[in-house]
Design a protein around this ligand. Structure first.
Ligand SMILES: NC(=O)c1ccc[n+]([C@@H]2O[C@H](COP(=O)([O-])OP(=O)(O)OC[C@H]3O[C@@H](n4cnc5c(N)ncnc54)[C@H](OP(=O)(O)O)[C@@H]3O)[C@@H](O)[C@H]2O)c1
Length: 332
C-alpha cells in the first residue's frame, strides 16, 4: 500500500510517500481502508522530533491520528465492528499511521462514522472533537449559564469547542484575528476578541473556565483572568518549545516543572484548578460526539483538502498556524 513515511525527524520535506506492506490487525484491532485522514499540529511536533521524549515511534513510521474509512479486516477478538462498517477514529499515538491507504488500531478507539458526513468531513473531527469533549465536559465541567474562554476559535480545535460549548449552554468568548471575527460568530461565539486590538484578559475577565491552547505566557494569563475557583484546561504543554530551547532532557524537565508550578500557583493563590490534558482515544466519547453531529449540533470545518502526495504542503499549512478549521488528506 502507499503510505507517508518519516525516516528522520525534521522539516516537512522529511515526509515522503512510499510503498509499504499492508498492516495486519492484532486480536483487538480493526484494519480500516482509509478514505480520509486529517493533519493535526501534534503530527507536526512529532515529525519535528520535539515530542520524542514522550512519543517516540521507531523510525521509519507513518504519522496520522485522525481517520475516516471502511473496516476491511478484523482481529480474532473484535466484537464491535465487521468488514464493511464505516468508522471514524483518532488512533492513539502508540499506533498512529492514518496517512496511508490502510491503518490498524484498537476497535475501542473507533465509532460509527456519522451518517450525514462524507469521509473527508468525518476525518476532520475525531482528535479535535475528543479534545473539546474531554476539556469541556470532563475537565472544565461546563454547565448551562457558565462562561468559557476558548482560544484560537478559528482553528481546528476552536471551531469544534465553540459549537460544543454553546450546546452545553455556555456563554462563549473566543480569540481570533480581525478576518475571523464574523466566522467565529457564525459558529456561535457570543464575544469574538480580535487579539491584535483588544486585551482578551480584560474582555473575558472572570469567566468560569478557559480552554488554553496558545501556551507560553498565555497559561499564566489564563490563571489570572479566570474567576476565583474557576477551571483551566492546559492543552499545549510547551514541551516542543522547551526541547527547542534547552535540548531533550532539560527541555522535558523544564516543561514538567513549569506545568507543576502553574498548577500549584493556580490552586494556592486563586483556588483555580488548572491541569494539562490530552485527548483520550476513546470510541465511546467519539460515538457521543457523532450523535451530536448527526443532530446537526456540531458541523465540521474544513480549511483545505489535499492528496497523500501533498503531505509536505499539508504540514506546512498546519505549521503556519493560520488554518481555518482542518486540513484533510483525501486518500481513497
Ligand atoms: N492536548 C491535546 O490533546 C490537544 C488536542 C488538540 C490540539 N492541541 C493543541 O492546541 C493548539 C491548537 O490546536 P488547533 O488544532 O486548533 O491548531 P490550528 O488549527 O493550527 O490553529 C490555527 C488557528 O490558530 C489561530 N491563532 C493563531 N495565533 C493565535 C493567537 N495568538 N490567538 C488566537 N488565535 C490564534 C488562527 O486564527 P487567526 O488566523 O484568526 O489568528 C488559526 O485559525 C495546538 O498547539 C495543538 O497542538 C492539544
Amino acid at each position: 500500500m502507499r503510505a507517508v513515511r518519516l525516516f528522520e525527524y525534521g522539516v516537512p520535506s522529511k515526509l515522503t510517500v512510499a510503498e509499504v506492506a499492508q498492516p495486519m490487525p492484532t486480536a483487538r484491532q480493526i484494519r480500516v481502508r482509509v478514505h480520509a485522514a486529517a493533519v493535526n499540529p501534534i503530527d507536526a511536533k512529532i515529525r519535528a522530533g520535539s515530542l520524542r521524549a514522550i512519543i517516540r515511534p521507531a523510525l521509519p513510521f507513518t504519522p496520522g491520528m485522525d481517520v475516516s474509512g471502511v473496516v476491511d479486516a478484523v482481529g480474532a477478538q473484535v466484537t464491535r465492528f465487521k468488514p464493511g462498517d464505516e468508522v471514524f477514529a483518532s488512533p492513539s499515538h502508540k499506533t498512529m499511521g492514518s496517512y496511508a491507504e490502510f491503518v490498524c488500531f484498537d476497535e475501542r478507539e473507533a465509532a460509527p462514522k456519522p451518517r450525514n458526513l462524507d469521509h473527508v468531513q468525518a476525518a476532520s473531527l475525531p482528535l479535535v472533537g475528543l479534545t473539546a469533549w474531554d476539556a469541556l465536559t470532563k475537565h472544565l465541567r461546563v454547565q448551562q449559564g457558565q462562561s468559557v474562554l476558548i482560544h484560537a476559535g478559528a482553528g481546528g480545535l476552536g471551531t469544534i469547542a465553540i459549537q460544543l460549548a454553546k450546546h452545553l449552554g455556555a456563554r462563549v468568548y473566543t480569540t481570533c484575528s480581525a478576518g475571523n471575527v464574523a466566522f467565529v460568530k457564525s459558529l456561535g461565539a457570543d464575544v469574538a476578541i480580535d487579539y491584535a486590538k483588544e486585551d482578551y484578559a480584560q474582555v473575558a475577565k472572570d469567566v468560569d473556565a478557559v480552554v488554553e491552547s496558545l501556551g507560553g505566557e498565555h497559561m499564566d494569563r489564563a490563571i489570572q483572568l479566570v474567576k476565583r475557583g474557576g477551571r483551566v484546561a492546559l492543552l499545549t504543554s510547551g514541551m516542543a518549545d522547551g526541547v527547542k530551547r534547552f535540548g531533550l532532557a532539560l527541555g522535558v524537565l523544564h516543561t514538567a516543572g513549569r506545568l507543576l508550578s502553574i498548577a500549584l500557583k493556580a490552586r494556592f493563590t486563586r483556588g483555580v484548578v488548572a491541569f494539562p490534558m490530552n485527548r483520550r482515544a476513546d470510541g465511546e466519547s467519539l460515538a457521543k460526539l457523532g450523535a451530536l453531529v448527526e443532530q446537526g449540533v456540531i458541523k465540521p470545518v474544513i480549511d483545505s483538502v489535499l492528496s497523500l502526495d501533498q503531505i509536505v504542503l499539508a504540514h506546512e499549512k498546519v505549521e503556519s498556524g493560520r488554518c481555518r478549521g482542518k486540513v484533510v488528506l483525501a486518500i481513497a
